[in-house]
Design a protein around this ligand. Sequence first.
Ligand code: G1P
Length: 271
Amino acid sequence: MIKQAIIPLAGLGTRLLPLTSIMAKELLPINGKPGIEYILDECIEAGIKEIIFIISKKKEVIKKYFYKDNFYKSIIKRKKDQRIKEEYKKILFYKKKIKFVYQNYPLGTGDAVLKTKKYIKDDYFLMLLPDDLIMKKNCSKEMIKVHKKYKSSVMASMKVKKNTVNRWGIYSTSKNLDKKNFIISNVVEKPDIKKAPSNNAVIGRYILPKNIFNILKNQVSGKGGEIHITDAIKALIQNNFKFVGHKFSGKYLDCGTMKGYIKSTLEINKI
Ligand code: G1P
């Protein structure tokens, strides 16, 4: 069973400036609800018991969002408002499942994952990137099923426009397992448009093996000077670890760019 999930949240959110100059991008509302709550709901519904938030000193506002007990209690005492009571109950429910670890320098997703090393108990864990919302169908739940069936690591995947491949992790496949799942033979972080092996992109849901920590420990920085999770996955594949790409069926919303963020509010409203 996959019981733990990790969520890297220490990123600076520069693609969403100026909104992120004083606000964590994961707390920005999407149709009246902070983006991070959609991600939490997906995890919890998929059966995840513990969620590890990787934050930084600059992103402590995320922790504060879940620790406003005295404030809620005093408001509820004065106002007796049912809606606020329900919201507080929800916050308490989330809080019980969340643990916080720190990544104070934004050295990349791989470095963020490494910070969770001593907390991961089982052989596999789930990682969700908060910029990527997947609605309508629970992608994590689907991927956990795929993991059980093929006894492998899993990455969410989607075809993207050829002229945008340099914004994603792009992979090649070696074998189709069924209509929605295939074996990944290589993956490269944000390739040049001319050199990209395909237009199959990695989307921010991963079921990773604990062994990835051994790779990350010694990994040198890659593209843009960052430690990328994609490079660690590539090394695992080269060491014969099985990675399955899963074509998810939900609706993808890219909340990490300004254009995508604005669009996501409109799209969620329609669902
Ligand atoms: C990250 C990953 C990239 C992946 C993308 C999905 O990039 O590094 O491989 O395709 O998420 O959203 P980022 O969005 O952090 O630039």
